[in-house]
Design a protein around this ligand. Sequence first.
Ligand SMILES: [Fe+2]
Length: 149
Amino acid sequence: MSAEPGWIEDRFYEPDTETGFSAFLLHEENDHSLAVLAVSWIPGMGIGPHDHGTWAVVVGVEGLERNIRYKRLDDRKNPDYAELEIKDESIAGPGDLVCVKKGGIHAVRNDSDKITISLHTYGTHINYTIRSQFDVEARTAKEFKIDVK
Ligand SMILES: [Fe+2]
């Protein structure tokens, strides 16, 4: 018997080589709440600072993912402007939790030499939330959409 949980599928180990990641929907309510996705990252790939438009709980399943959480310093009055500062940085391995509150901002990177897999639960499926991506240097916030299948 394999030590891996039964819900891990072979396709999780073949993330999209263009985007560097793939997301696999495991559960979603009819109203798009409580979306559970398995996400895999190719070594060296990741996503810059972003929010989710909902809360997110991520648990590491395989490999090590670097997680950087940011503190927002501006008053959020200008939707295009954002001043961010790193709050903390951690490496999430199997069983480690990363919690991001609604409005919380983080970045993720697979700094390892193996594909990583993590399990993400969102309050609302992220295809149906308004999200922002941030440029720390330029101090900008931009609405963004990744169509996750
Ligand atoms: Fe995220």
